[in-house]
Design a protein around this ligand. Sequence first.
Ligand code: HEM
Length: 442
Amino acid sequence: MPTPTLPTASALDTARVLMGVILPAVAEGPIIRRPRAVGLAARLELDARAVGILQQLHARYPDGPLLLKLPFRRQAVVLAPEDVNTVLARSPEPFSPASSEKLAVMAHFQPSNVLVSRGPERTVRRALQEQVLDTSHPVHHLADRFVPVVEEEMRQLLVGAEHSGSLPWSDFAEAWQRVVRRVVFGDHARDDTELTTMLNRLRKDGNWAFLKPVRRRTRERFLARIRDELAHAEPGSLASVLAAVPEGDGAEPVDQVPQWLFALDNSGMVAFRTLTVLATHPQAMEAARREVDADASGRRFLPYLRACALEVLRLWPTTPMILRQTTQPVQWARGLMPARCGVLIYSPYFHRDEHHLRDAHNFSPERWLRDEDDGWPLVPFSDGPVVCPGKQLVLLLTSAALASLVGVRDFSVEEGQPLDPSRPLPGTIDNYSVRLGVSPRM
Ligand code: HEM
């Protein structure tokens, strides 16, 4: 008997996924956010609608993964929680993170990054990333150097905010970029905005994947700058750790660095969004301050603030689409998934499932502090062997920044979306439109 293939969505349902789930996520900017598209998504509640579309689809096709009816490629959507766990646990083989659209995106600024690598090269590059980022330790071994950098930049940010009377996203983003450059390259790079501008230009092209030709000369200039930084790496920077690690075959250290710059940029968005949520959630703010006031770790390990950042990432994941591509046919209980089939895990669908999660649409950081794992996929950093190797570094830097801010000042939302703790939080958060009021801590 021939092996059945997986269930396939009708043409209409396929169009719903393309237009209602994938298009808004792509339009908002997978590699660098497009602020106007984020504003529009927030006004039209596009991300909440996307979750609704997948809920309807799952009710119609309970036996996923679901294949889409596309003439030009094989593509599946994962709708069952246990299938998410299977895909993530069985990565990078047969579910490779090096999917064709990711290859096209990364070609613009980091063609040999671990994200788009396979086979022995992936193994070498992944090991390098884990070593430099100290993946398995909650407190990075360079925390004694990174935390003071964060504190200094946040202090200066507050001086500016007091002068002007408020703190808009754009000021926070600039201060955060200084943190990023100092953490990655060292103090000498603090004001090297040219490097950030070059990367952002390439990231904007990356948003268009195959639809834009690669600017090879800009990419080469950008990667040559990184090569130069690694050759003269400043002690106490991530670059210095990378430069000191013995290189395995095919490690391509230069191509591993842009990911740090770009992903640390996203971490700034998480820190500012968390600050905005704390400014509107007095109970959580109180708990955060209790932790900060009693902290004996020198802001290196603040579990509640780390949980706040994770909860913000649950509500508004910065990487909502986890993508894979099968390297060979994969047998599921319900049928066969062909080789070279794209696999989409749309994390907001699982993160906002009100049937399974208590307070699915509310800010409840405590869920990350409970020592219970019921197997439900809350995966802002993904999971399994391809889990984000920068997770702990993100939590270290964001929680240290939040502690430096909420420990000394009060914040209120002067402009931006209402985030009322007694009502469901919106599906999209538009940090670009937020302006926070800043006053001495009462
Ligand atoms: C808001 C912050 C961040 C979030 C939400 C995040 C999330 C993710 C996710 C979802 C993936 C994809 C994993 C997969 O395909 O299964 C990933 C991969 C990765 N992230 Fe992060 N990340 C963040 C920040 C960082 C930082 C700061 C770094 C480094 C400094 C970093 C380094 C990486 C690397 C190297 C990969 C590729 C891993 C691999 O392919 O093996 N990330 N991240």
